[in-house]
Design a protein around this ligand. Structure first.
Ligand SMILES: NC(=O)c1ccc[n+]([C@@H]2O[C@H](COP(=O)([O-])OP(=O)(O)OC[C@H]3O[C@@H](n4cnc5c(N)ncnc54)[C@H](OP(=O)(O)O)[C@@H]3O)[C@@H](O)[C@H]2O)c1
Length: 181
């Protein structure tokens, strides 16, 4: 980690990139970097949506001036392997559907608006022009405290990207290294 982070800082100091950050870093790994000489990561990109609000990581990053990006904000419905077929469906959740109805918006839009309301960058993926336009319009939605309370009480905890993708035979990581419990 030390060598990689030093190499990334060199890319920035030599002008090859303007910003450096990390992805899928738990608090332990962030603390490791924060304990090193030099720059701290500007951004940490992690899975985040109402089934995985990552409250402790959000607080830790805010306290340490690290921005967050929410990936899989719609629950990655197109990258689910067969073994995930029984996963809970974020886009079909009744609480989310009710909030969408109230705002006359789509389920996708209120899921995106949920991250925006937390001042967290959010990266929904779509190859569909109409959905890309729809998703961008989520920035115009104003969720109120009641909506946020409903999201907070959704009572489903689920991580869609379980980490097996990152822990193949060539990887230095094991699943137990990846996430905060
Ligand atoms: N750093 C990491 O380790 C990591 C891991 C996973 C993902 N990511 C990144 O996170 C981003 C998003 O992740 P993702 O694609 O896995 O998940 P996602 O954004 O949660 O879901 C994308 C899926 O939702 C559909 N969709 C998009 N907008 C919709 C809407 N308004 N209503 C209904 N369905 C909608 C898309 O279909 P259509 O395309 O057909 O519209 C696509 O099937 C990507 O840029 C990805 O690279 C990063």
């Amino acid at each position: 980690l030390t060598q990689t982070w030093e190499a990334m800082q060199e890319q920035k100091s030599s002008g090859l990139t303007k910003h450096i950050g990390v992805s899928n870093f738990n608090q332990g790994k962030l603390k490791e970097i924060l304990g090193m000489e030099g720059e701290k990561p500007e951004m940490n990109q992690v899975e985040m949506h109402p089934f995985l609000p990552q409250k402790n990581l959000v607080n830790f990053c805010a306290e340490n001036g690290i921005l967050l990006t929410a990936y899989s904000p719609l629950g990655s419905p197109d990258s689910r392997a067969d073994r995930h077929k029984n996963d809970p469906k974020l886009l079909e959740n009744a609480v989310v559907a009710e909030i969408a109805r109230k705002h006359n918006a789509s389920v996708g839009q209120v899921l995106i608006a949920w991250s925006i309301s937390r001042d967290i960058a959010v990266i929904p993926k779509s190859v569909n022009k109409d959905r890309i336009i729809e998703n961008l319009k989520a920035a115009e939605l104003d969720l109120d405290q009641q909506d946020l309370d409903h999201f907070a009480n959704i009572e489903v905890n689920h991580r869609f990207v379980d980490g097996s993708f990152f822990t193949g035979p060539q990887s230095p990581y094991k699943l137990t290294d990846l996430w905060d419990s």
